[in-house]
Design a protein around this ligand. Structure first.
Ligand code: B1M
Length: 649
């Protein structure tokens, strides 16, 4: 008799060899978007997501809670505090009567005021029709709880006035519904401990890095207020019926960068393992980001399952490398990057070659659950999911037999790792050594002091900028790319440089003031990712561009309107989702329609974007990362200046 889906997944999680490779594709986003648009495959019309999965013979993916279908109306009300009342969670954080809560609903927006004896904090979240249509199920935090360092004290008191209680009954019902069709995973937040909780919920994603650098003591005081709740929740999980708990999500070597991961996340993953392992409860982490710089830390963290593993060509680590480095103790869940399901990005032969490479690159198939990382995109070719299911049936018997090995095309990966020229010659001029060091350390006041001294010595302001500050930023960009410097340092350096350039402004000629040119930048419509875009904006400011950041979720018409008003030399577009990439093309069309295309250079970037796509949509430049974006912007700015000279002649 063959095993059930649940038995197979549990065996994979425990390191045993089931009869067949478990296959549990996550389809919630794809389902929500296509059900709303009436575009489900005909044979699945009228079915729920689970019914579709079961009809195809796959295992249910039950890691992420189903935020849209919850018994409690307030399930996601306190999202901005990371407090969720979800049926899948075996422990719930609850407020005591010492926290006064005022809720105000304004259309798609929910504003909440939390008051304790220490003061008040405000949050707001948005869940719009547009988000529903795109399949997103989680409200977006528009106003974060921490806007000033003082808010941290109030938050401390909110969490000191909270408790955690068991919630086993609804989990048991959920577990009974999943039955033998999948492995239900529980959680109580999706953070890997208190500091990660602060990062995920309380602060704007980019602002977190500034606070981590400038107000770390305060942040750690807040983490201390959260710790007893996390400790108690762990004890509650230990006594629960759950067999696997999700402990942290969106690990990524830039966001959860190695030193921070090691200091604040690792101890809590180990603690979770220590408390839960004796109870046979496994620890699963949602590792959907770029893990290249975290490989060894994650391997040594004690986690049992790395879920949503998203390999090359979407990230730098190949699936074969993941398996080789991790599978002695970590079960890999995922393995098929979501772009593989998009024929417009991945032709058939590349898809087949990837799948071949996967089947023959994961040893005997132990400790592996096949899935889509992170999730099936709304515009995926559903038949590719079906074909993966067929491949599992055809060649997924375990132990796997070594097949013909068709290695994945890793050219993109090699490109990502390629070195760029350094600013070494500028660094040799010792007059600017102190300036460069102050930039590198992000010491704003010291930097201004050094600038003042050089001005007194009659040093040309332009040299101070170019040979001092810009040279330092360029070398920092290199180190950032190499993974030896992390986001907080880069943001601090760029901030210090921005302040020093402002200080120098009265000493610059008109031409020098506008040396970088003007750039408008924004994330395209339907896309809420902004960390990368913010990094790019900060770096561009750092090297002297005048940057206006339009924010996220910006439609094509608004981009065109802003270009007409502000007349920038460059328009920068960022997109992190394959579903929102086409918006970039729409922006270019809108510029053409408004007769503005020839007056502005368009630069595009973001994880799924590549050079070919940029050319296809008619963009002028593509930046692979923030450092590359700076280089491209310099070239585009020079071209733009050249063109305007010609048109003036
Ligand atoms: Co999202 N997410 N996410 N996510 N998320 C990705 C992008 C994803 C690749 C994860 C995966 O599958 N492994 C995947 C997209 C898959 C695809 O489309 N094929 C994904 C998904 C599916 C989703 C949701 C749909 C999840 C869901 O609901 N089930 C949802 C969508 C929400 C929406 O936008 N409508 C969602 C939500 C979120 C969070 C809110 C949880 C959070 C975003 C927080 C925020 O930005 N404020 C988040 C995160 C953090 C990620 C990952 C893990 C990390 C992104 C990041 O910030 N990286 C990401 C995984 C990944 O990218 N591998 C993922 C660090 C940042 C510094 O790098 O943004 O790449 P990056 O920016 C780089 C370059 O790309 C470049 O320079 C930057 C600095 O070097 N660059 C430019 C960026 N913009 C540029 C512009 C330029 C030039 C260069 O010129 C103008």
């Amino acid at each position: 008799m063959s095993l059930t889906h649940k038995q197979r997944m549990l065996m994979a999680v425990q390191g045993d060899l089931p009869d067949e490779l478990p296959y549990a594709p996550r389809i919630d986003l794809w389902y929500n978007a296509n059900a709303a648009a009436g575009t489900l495959p005909e044979r699945h019309h009228g079915r729920t997501a689970d019914e579709i999965v079961l009809a195809e013979g796959w295992a249910l993916h039950k890691v992420v809670a189903d935020h849209l279908r919850q018994p409690r109306a307030d399930a996601m009300l306190h999202r901005a505090l990371g407090v969720h009342f979800l049926k899948e969670y075996v422990a719930h954080f609850i407020f005591t009567e010492r926290v006064k809560i005022d809720v105000l609903r304004e259309g798609d927006r929910t504003r909440i005021r939390y008051t304790t004896a220490k003061g008040t904090i405000n949050t707001s979240t948005v869940y719009s029709q547009e988000m529903r249509r795109s399949g997103t199920s989680v409200p977006w935090i528009e106003e974060h709880a921490v806007k000033t360092p003082d808010d941290i004290n109030v938050l401390v008191s909110v969490f000191e006035n909270m408790d955690v209680v068991p919630n086993y009954e609804t989990f048991k019902t959920h577990e009974a519904q999943v039955a033998e069709n999948g492995l239900p995973v529980t959680a109580f937040t999706v953070a890997a401990g208190p500091v990660h909780h602060i990062q995920k919920y309380f602060l704007d994603a980019t602002e977190f890095f500034n606070y981590y650098r400038d107000h770390q003591t305060k942040l750690l005081r807040l983490a201390d207020a959260l710790s007893p709740l996390y400790e108690k929740a762990l004890r509650i999980v230990a006594e629960s019926p759950a067999e696997v708990i999700q402990w942290g999500s969106n690990f990524d070597d830039m966001l959860t960068f190695p030193p921070m991961f090691e200091k604040h996340f690792l101890p809590w993953i180990r603690k979770a393992k220590e408390v839960l392992s004796p109870k046979n409860i496994r620890v699963l982490c949602h590792t959907d980001g770029e893990n290249n710089g975290l490989m060894d830390l994650l391997h040594g963290s004690g986690m049992d399952v790395a879920e949503a593993v998203c390999p090359a060509p979407m990230t730098k680590v190949s699936i074969q490398e993941y398996y080789r480095r991790w599978s002695d103790r970590i079960t890999i869940f995922g393995g098929v990057p979501s772009n593989l399901l998009l024929p417009q990005l991945t032709p058939d032969e590349q898809f087949n070659s990837f799948m071949d490479g996967l089947f023959s690159g994961i040893g005997d198939g132990r400790r592996f659950i096949l899935g889509i990382a992170d999730t099936t995109p709304p515009d995926a070719d559903f038949e590719r999911l079906v074909r993966i299911g067929e491949m599992v049936r055809e060649k997924g018997r375990l132990p796997l037999k070594a097949g013909a090995f068709n290695p994945v095309d890793t050219a993109a990966v090699a490109g990502v790792l390629a070195e760029k020229e350094s600013a070494a010659s500028a660094l040799r001029d010792t007059r600017f050594a102190q300036i460069r060091q102050a930039v590198l350390d992000g010491r704003e006041q010291d930097l201004i002091g050094e600038v003042q001294e050089l001005l007194l010595k009659k040093t040309a302001p332009k040299d101070i900028i170019d040979q001092g500050m810009v040279a330092a930023m360029e070398s920092l960009n290199e180190s950032f790319k190499n993974g030896t410097v992390f986001i907080p340092e880069v943001l601090a350096a760029a901030r210090a440089m921005n302040a020093a350039v402002l200080f120098l402004e009265p000493h610059l000629t008109e031409k020098e003031k506008h040396r970088g040119g003007k750039i408008l930048i924004g994330t395209v419509k339907g896309d809420l990712h902004d960390i990368g875009k913010n990094m790019v904006a900060t770096m561009l400011r750092g090297v002297g561009f005048n940057v206006t950041d339009l924010g996220i979720n910006i439609g094509a018409e608004l981009f065109a309107k802003k270009v007409a008003e502000e007349r920038p030399q460059i328009l920068g577009l960022s997109a992190l989702l394959t579903t929102t990439m086409p918006e970039m093309g729409k922006v270019i069309e809108a510029l053409k329609k408004a007769g503005l295309r020839n007056s502005v250079k368009v630069m595009v970037g973001g994880a799924p974007v590549n050079d070919r796509f940029a050319k296809d949509i008619g963009a002028d430049g593509y930046g692979r990362d923030a450092a590359a974006a700076v280089e491209v912007a310099k070239v585009l700015s020079a071209e733009s200046a050249h063109n305007s000279k010609i048109s003036q002649k």
